[in-house]
Design a binder for this molecule. Structure first.
Ligand SMILES: Cc1ncc(COP(=O)(O)O)c(C=O)c1O
Length: 309
């Protein structure tokens, strides 16, 4: 990750080094925040944010779930204000920005769990991220099944990106790296495949694409929704269904999807080769199409892009 110059904090663009909170901030101690990860792509019409409206909607849904009022420094923010604040921050940070992370969190100093009445803040940070999973995954990622379970809907709102809930992803990621893998896939409370630490998962098996449905306690990923639509438009059968570990490992192809990782083919799971151990033709074709869409080369999907200029 490369830093940028300005961070949007409660309505003002401040220098990166000045975007600070107190050590007793409620969110720092209890995880009371909601965030998003959003990609910016270069297109022939200049930089564009991919599916910004969907990210803002998910962010606001998460805030609603956590009971957050979107009032920062005395000003109330609605959908359009959040959209504009994100665009403004990207514009302020120049061409190198490829990833934006808005975060709405309880910034007030508090000891004790009660979140009611604790002051709230919003920060929008831009970075240059590049390839999230790194160059080692270019020829296909090696992943492991995590010993940590994907928290289900009784442990919190699985469909929202709640800061505190990411401890499970962080533990699973640490486990993956310590096993020499780049990602971990987590199972849910009934042992079905759920998702990876920051990505959804897809398989191509017996001539159809399968991906866990939202009832399997996954984040309803925006890249996941995009890939389902794109794959169907390309003529593939896509089924959102329960998926077992056996089905996943015996698939012809497996890939992960996420804003940060984009589309990342998987060639090894738990030291077992997937398909022929190479990136498969279905993942390759969908990836190529997705790349054309996000870089503004496919007019049918233009409304997924929010141009900055
Ligand atoms: C746990 C988890 N699953 C899936 C995803 C993929 O979601 P999206 O495609 O919206 O980035 C993410 C990333 O945001 C995530 O954190």
């Amino acid at each position: 990750m490369d830093k940028t110059e300005k961070i949007w904090l409660n309505g003002k663009l401040v220098d990166w080094a000045d975007a600070k909170v107190h050590v007793l901030a409620h969110a720092l101690n209890y995880g009371t925040g909601v965030f998003e990860g959003i990609r910016v792509y270069n297109t022939p019409k200049g930089p564009a944010i991919f599916r910004l409206k969907d990210h803002v909607r998910r962010l606001m849904d998460g805030c609603k779930m956590l009971g957050f009022d979107l009032v920062f420094d005395g000003k109330e923010y609605g959908f359009d204000d959040l959209m504009e604040a994100i665009k403004e921050t990207v514009r302020a940070n120049g061409d190198a920005v490829d990833y934006v992370k808005p975060c709405i969190f309880l910034s007030g100093e508090e000891v004790g769990l009660n979140p009611i009445g604790v002051p709230i803040s919003m920060a929008i940070t831009c970075v240059h991220m590049g390839a999230y999973l790194g160059p080692a995954t270019d020829a296909g990622a090696k992943i492991v099944t995590s010993s940590w379970q994907r928290p289900d809907n009784l442990c919190g709102p699985a469909g929202a990106k709640v800061n505190g809930a990411y401890i499970t992803s962080s533990l699973a990621k640490r486990e993956a790296i310590s096993h020499g893998a780049s990602e971990a896939v987590m199972l849910n409370s009934v042992g079905h495949v759920a998702e990876c630490t920051g990505e959804n998962i897809f398989a191509y098996r017996h001539g159809r694409i399968i991906t866990p449905n939202v009832a399997e306690c996954i984040l309803e990923g925006i890249t996941r929704c995009s890939i389902i639509e794109v794959a169907r438009d390309m003529g593939y059968q896509v089924d959102e269904t329960a998926l077992t570990r056996f089905e996943l490992i015996s698939s012809d192809e497996v890939w992960m999807t996420g804003t940060a990782a984009e589309i990342a083919p998987v060639t090894t799971i738990d030291e077992r080769q997937i398909g022929d151990g190479k990136i498969g033709p279905v993942a390759k074709a969908i990836h190529a199409r997705f790349h054309d869409i996000v870089t503004g080369k496919v007019p049918e999907y233009e409304d997924w892009l929010d141009y900055l200029n």
